[in-house]
Design a protein around this ligand. Structure first.
Ligand code: PEP
Ligand code: MG
Length: 757
């Protein structure tokens, strides 16, 4: 047994003796603070419990005894209140330096510097806080924090048995939760849904923390692991999207965790320290959560969520509390709520009944969001403190378009939402009817409207929207959802499937745009340096040219996949003409190689660039003769033109796409390229928005590649617009820019029977 495990075991044995004794609850708490203070060599150990909505000091060693049952603080107040509110651990060398510190003179705590505290959790809510304080300013060691967390679990058991906190209050029967409330979140998958709140997981509450028989616990975990692995294998074989979807990559990652020896070893170590199987799994999960909070890498954090998903599954198996909401059978109008969901967990739901998902966490690149998008289910993420806001069975209006959810709505709110819902359905139906309509302007110009894609699961959108092709296939998505670098064969298979699905419609593949904010855990800067400004850093073609193996493999995969067909390739973030030449050379070498191998080659290859870096616009005379097309990436171009980080929310509203600088810039590119006979399109988000698309048409853009949901609205816009008229207006505005170009364009749109937003 390790020393840490032995020390933990000693504490647990002592706690166990106290729990098993016939003492009354208060006396037990008094003993617990002594044991912990003693074992952690801490002058102070205190227990605060929630009573009538306040955190009350129930027991202490080291603070003034007169303060017991006198010192009370609100959830969110002081360090103790902060721990309870955020359900998080604090470990501070200097308590007073923390912004939430609040001094309580009656406790006599002024001589203590260091402070560590952990929440006591029951049914996912903090019901109290266990804290230690020390005269010396020192941070507590990991093993000490873990001992505190384990003790908090034991206390949670004691609290439940002794009825020390009000269960009613705990389960959320909170009178404050009666009226409607509009809660904001982050749109992860757009859409509207009204339905009933269903929690994914009635959380497994760990009832027994201290093991009677360690060997028996070890055996229970062993069997549970077996069962869980079996389930995951089965799920991998039956996933509902058929073979070859992105979910395959997702489930592969999942499987990797399920078989991870390190994880099972850590659980076994926790059992060795005297915990039951349930408590050991929870213990390791808590540790993972803590690490996750410290990790500032969204991609890695997403993978950690997958692990958490599995951990919950293991806990359910081992405790025999098997049912998630998926197993219980869903209502027809379920809006699923969860702290986070793993992709496999989402795949277990009947997608006809699942109307929406709300997560406390979640991010745009998380696996579960990719799967939800493929299922067509709207998702709202980052809604903090769900359990405190929504009760099981509450009626909800989820508006993932505007990023809000309304809880317990009044009839008036429901009526307004229903009207919006009907309108959005009507609009979708109307746009669906436009599927076979050609986007031809009133004065007879055919505009090319293509879609942006990146996943195999996006392909059906091509036919559903009737778009002209895929103007931007973001190949890095495959890399982002995979746990390891996708092998050339896998890449080739994806590209081939995409070309097959597109049939006669063109697909423009963009070579990987990774690096920058799209970091991959398995592909880091070899010098180990972190880009301080990743958007302008070692990313996209810069990285691909340096990691020649990467571009080589991709070139070969693309060339092979397009054997006998036309291959369209574009390179991201080209800043100087030589980068384009170098990238083309990699393709040419691979083409020669395949030729020697007598492989079927593409009939034609068209190379283009993404114009995203302003410097390239000054070199058009040099590069144009070599190009088959240019695609303007307005997302990046805008941030570079204005020197404004596209990911910075503070700047998001500041620089308008309907700004004369950007429009003049693009118009110049369109003109120069037009004179050289090179087609120019726009593939940034700008092209999918009504007024922006109108302005782009007005400066001569005739090719747009946009998000699939925007195809209907943009086709309609083209059909209702006289291009000569908007060109005339744009020329006027760009010659002498008005103070507010957006208002002018909006007014023009309204005057011409178009929508004004
Ligand atoms: C762009 O920059 O406009 C673009 C389309 O590429 P991405 O958003 O993938 O950077
Ligand atoms: Mg870009």
């Amino acid at each position: 047994m390790t020393t840490a495990a032995a020390a933990a075991r000693t504490i647990l044995t002592r706690l166990h003796e106290v729990m098993a004794s016939r003492l009354h609850a208060q006396a037990k708490l008094n003993q617990v603070v002594e044991i912990i203070g003693d074992s952690l060599d801490s002058e102070v150990c205190s227990i605060y419990l929630l009573r009538e909505g306040m955190l009350e000091l129930f027991a202490t060693r080291g603070l003034a005894q007169e303060a017991v049952h006198v010192t009370r603080m609100a959830v969110g107040e002081g360090l103790v209140g902060t721990i309870a509110e955020n359900i998080e651990t604090l470990n501070l060398a200097e308590a007073t330096a923390h912004p939430d510190f609040s001094y309580r003179p009656e406790t006599g705590e002024d001589k203590f510097h260091s402070f560590a505290g952990v929440p006591i959790v029951r049914h996912e809510r903090a019901v109290g806080v266990l804290s230690v304080q020390h005269v010396d300013p020192r941070r507590y060691e990991d093993v000490e924090i873990e001992a505190l967390q384990t003790t908090a679990m034991v206390l949670s058991e004691l609290i439940a048995n002794a009825d020390l906190v009000d269960e009613e209050d705990l389960l959320g029967n909170n009178p404050a939760l009666s009226g409607p409330e509009i809660v904001r979140g982050l749109t992860l998958v757009k859409g509207l849904a009204s339905g009933t709140a269903v929690y994914h997981q009635p959380r497994v509450t760990v009832e027994h923390v201290v093991a009677e028989d360690t060997e028996a616990e070890r055996q229970r975990v062993y069997l549970a692991f077996d069962k869980m692995r079996e389930q995951i294998d089965r799920m991998t074989n039956q996933a509902e999207f058929g073979v070859g979807g992105e979910h395959e990559e997702v489930l592969a990652t999942y499987k990797m965790f399920a078989y991870d020896e390190g994880w099972s070893r850590r659980i076994n170590e926790a059992i060795e320290s005297g915990l039951t199987a349930e408590a050991a799994i929870e213990r390791v999960q808590q540790r993972t959560r803590m690490r996750m909070r410290e990790i500032d890498d969204p991609l890695l954090a997403d993978r950690m969520h997958d692990l958490e998903d599995l951990s919950n599954r293991l806990l359910r198996i081992v405790s025999g509390q098997l049912g998630t909401a998926a197993a219980k059978g869903l209502r027809d109008d379920t809006i699923l709520l969860a702290r986070n969901l793993g992709p496999a967990e989402l795949l277990e739901y009947d997608k006809r009944r699942l109307k929406g998902v709300i997560l406390e966490e979640g991010s745009l690149t998380s696996h579960v969001v990719i799967v939800a998008r493929a299922m067509g289910v709207p998702v709202l993420g980052r809604v903090r403190g769900l359990r405190g806001l929504v009760r099981e069975g509450d009626p909800l209006l989820l508006d993932a378009d505007t990023g809000t959810v309304t809880t317990r709505p009044t009839p008036a709110l429901v009526e307004a939402f229903d009207a919006r819902f009907v309108k959005s359905k009507e609009r979708q139906a109307a746009y669906a009817k436009l599927r076979d309509v050609q986007p031809v302007s009133l004065d007879g110009s055919r505009v090319t409207v293509m879609i942006n894609a990146g996943l195999r699961d996006d392909m059906p959108m091509l036919n559903l929207t009737g778009a002209d092709g895929i103007g931007l296939f973001r190949t890095e998505f495959q890399f982002l959802v995979a746990a390891a670098m996708p092998q050339r064969e896998r890449q080739m298979k994806l590209y081939r499937d995409v070309l097959d699905a597109a049939g006669s419609k063109p697909v423009i593949f963009r070579t990987v745009d990774i690096g920058g904010d799209k970091t991959l855990p398995y592909l880091r800067d070899e010098d180990g340096e972190n880009d301080e400004n990743p958007a302008m850093g070692w990313r996209a073609l810069r990285l691909a040219l340096e990691r020649e193996g990467l571009l080589k493999a991709q070139a070969r995969a693309l060339l092979e996949a397009a054997g006998g067909r036309t291959l369209n390739v574009m390179f991201p973030l080209v800043s100087e003409p030589w980068e384009f030449d170098a990238a083309c050379e990699v393709f040419e070498n691979q083409r020669q190689f395949l030729k020697q191998q007598k492989k079927l080659l593409p009939k034609e290859i068209h190379f283009g660039v993404m114009l995203e870096v302003p410097a390239l616009a000054e070199m058009l005379d040099v590069i144009l003769p070599k190009l088959s097309f240019i695609s303007i990436g307005t997302n990046d171009l805008t941030q570079f033109l204005f020197a404004a980080d596209r990911a910075n929310p503070k700047l998001a509203e500041r620089y308008d796409w309907l700004n004369p600088s950007i429009l003049r810039f693009i118009r110049r590119v369109v003109k120069t390229a037009g004179e050289a006979g090179v087609p120019v399109g726009v593939c940034g988000e700008m092209g999918g928005r009504q007024l922006e698309a109108l302005a782009l048409l007005g400066i001569g853009i005739r090719r747009l590649s946009i998000t699939p949901a925007a195809v209907g609205p943009i086709k309609e816009l083209v059909c209702k617009t006289n291009l000569a008229e908007i060109e005339e207006a744009m020329n006027r505005w760009l010659a002498v820019p008005p103070a507010d170009l957006r208002s002018e364009v909006r007014q023009w749109a309204l005057d011409h029977g178009l929508e004004g937003d």
